[in-house]
Ligand binder design. Sequence first.
Ligand SMILES: *[C@@H]1O[C@H](CO)[C@@H](O)[C@H](O)[C@H]1NC(C)=O
Ligand SMILES: *[C@@H]1O[C@H](CO)[C@@H](O)[C@H](O)[C@H]1NC(C)=O
Ligand SMILES: *[C@@H]1O[C@H](CO)[C@@H](O)[C@H](O)[C@H]1NC(C)=O
Ligand SMILES: *[C@@H]1O[C@H](CO)[C@@H](O)[C@H](O)[C@H]1NC(C)=O
Ligand SMILES: *[C@@H]1O[C@H](CO)[C@@H](O)[C@H](O)[C@H]1NC(C)=O
Ligand SMILES: *[C@@H]1O[C@H](CO)[C@@H](O)[C@H](O)[C@H]1NC(C)=O
Length: 501
Amino acid sequence: MGPSSSNRFRILVPLLFLSVFSSSVNLIERELTAGAVLYLLPVSAGPVGVCYGRNANNLPTPIQAVALCKSKGITMVRLFDADPGVIQSFADTGISLSITISNSDITGIALDQNVADKWIGDNVLPYVPATSISSIAVGTEVLFTNVANLSAYIVPAMRNIFMSLKTNNLDTSVQVVSPNSMSVLSNSYPPSAGVFDPTITASIIIPMLSFLSQTGAPFMLNSYPYYAYVNDPTGVPLEYALFTSKAGVIDSNTQLHYTNLFDAQVDAVYAAMAAVNFTNIPVVVSETGWPSKGDSNERAANKQNAQTYNQNLINELVRDHAGTPMKPGLQVQAYIFALYNENLKPDPESERNFGIYFPDGSEVYPLNFYGGTGTVEVQNRTWCVARNDASNSSLQIALDYACGPGYANCNAIQEGGPCYEPNTYVNHASYAFNDFFQKSNMDPRACNFSGTANLTQRDPSYGSCIFYARNPSSGCLSSPQVFYYGFSALVTLLLLPVWRI
Ligand SMILES: *[C@@H]1O[C@H](CO)[C@@H](O)[C@H](O)[C@H]1NC(C)=O
Ligand SMILES: *[C@@H]1O[C@H](CO)[C@@H](O)[C@H](O)[C@H]1NC(C)=O
Ligand SMILES: *[C@@H]1O[C@H](CO)[C@@H](O)[C@H](O)[C@H]1NC(C)=O
Ligand SMILES: *[C@@H]1O[C@H](CO)[C@@H](O)[C@H](O)[C@H]1NC(C)=O
Ligand SMILES: *[C@@H]1O[C@H](CO)[C@@H](O)[C@H](O)[C@H]1NC(C)=O
Ligand SMILES: *[C@@H]1O[C@H](CO)[C@@H](O)[C@H](O)[C@H]1NC(C)=O
């Protein structure tokens, strides 16, 4: 029998221990999922998904797209429609799917519960639970589109869809959302001064937030630092958009330090929601990305920038379970736009080049969805690995804790992950120990695990299995929460022998 990195700890970790870890960090998730305590343990769905746009006539089949997603460890996919063949293709894959009601269907659904029921009957009921449908997006960026009066119908349509889900006992597993662009904010700088456009606040935003708050669904934001940069290249430093800024920006109201525009955009939405008294709705980024190619006047659209943006985004979200400065520890989920280049999108050229993959399935540039060294400059690195003289049983215990309450990201050592083979205690524990150690800001005390761990300067990465290492000279990713996790886990390891008896 081989080691297990996640299944066992779910059984092992008693609820008692969660109280040791309760902290402000998880308060919001807790409030939203009262009773669903295991939800706090990040095990399966990674925080980074992809948008599977299909505005093209040369794409591989959905089955091939599914295989591609699985091979990259992608666990969340967003569709811009509800194509039956595509939804069917994601059955029994473990990938969660967000599907979309097209803008043209919104009015009918808003005006007639029977139309909503039929939509759910046609597009959801035949495919669940084999396909894991996590959310239904009612339209895409409906606000401020030129479609006559559609805005007024969004929330009524969301309510009718929710009622249909409730009738079918799906309201707790499928969330009803509606993605918005940053243009719903009339101000987003500094982030703490974020505020919704007053022309839609009372009529649409507040009813939408009430609905999201009541149903526990997130506010979906399409966040494109690329466009913020392109629209104001002198005001927005490229490095700030690409997560490579050394200085960052201080929010003068809160003194919070922003190292990147992505966090600043998400926090502007949190501030705007707080300004109308909604503080318990998480933000999920329903689209973000960077084009790899553009017209001659689109110089920021190139492979290098696209890879830098997307890999740094993944690293930030995957490695640190990163929240934003305003909501540290509340992990942000994001969907990268897009899986493939889409040749039927209109001009400019950049529009057709947001894909991570060419239609033939080859990569436009490499991305490591588990969080890799990517384009982040790394020097003087230290890793934490399992001692090769540690006993299997002590490694299993340490592994359970690293992947459980220790919040290590153990996706890569799940079956099918790039670090699953060799399927040995030493290898799996090494991966988990290292992830925990890096997240603890390389504090040597976080590389002990009851004496089963060992520091090393030799990169343990092999093949496509990347053991990430933080660059000590750019400690900007550290945060009190990271220390908190580290400390909590040390406390738990000390308590462990007592508990085992
Ligand atoms: C759109 O709204 C305007 C003003 O609120 C109204 O006069 C018009 O009839 C509406 N059009 C449709 C198609 O509902
Ligand atoms: C938010 O709450 C404050 C204090 O209770 C109140 O004064 C304010 O009017 C509320 N704002 C909105 C938009 O409801
Ligand atoms: C790496 O570490 C050594 C010793 O700690 C130090 O002398 C050297 O300056 C470091 N190099 C870089 C690039 O930080
Ligand atoms: C611990 O790491 C050191 C330095 O890399 C190495 O020399 C030693 O053999 C390791 N010990 C074990 C038990 O793995
Ligand atoms: C420990 O587990 C490894 C596989 O991970 C196995 O090869 C080895 O024999 C085990 N050692 C003991 C002492 O059971
Ligand atoms: C590591 O853990 C062992 C056993 O729990 C303990 O004796 C030792 O002092 C710890 N080392 C450090 C550096 O904390």
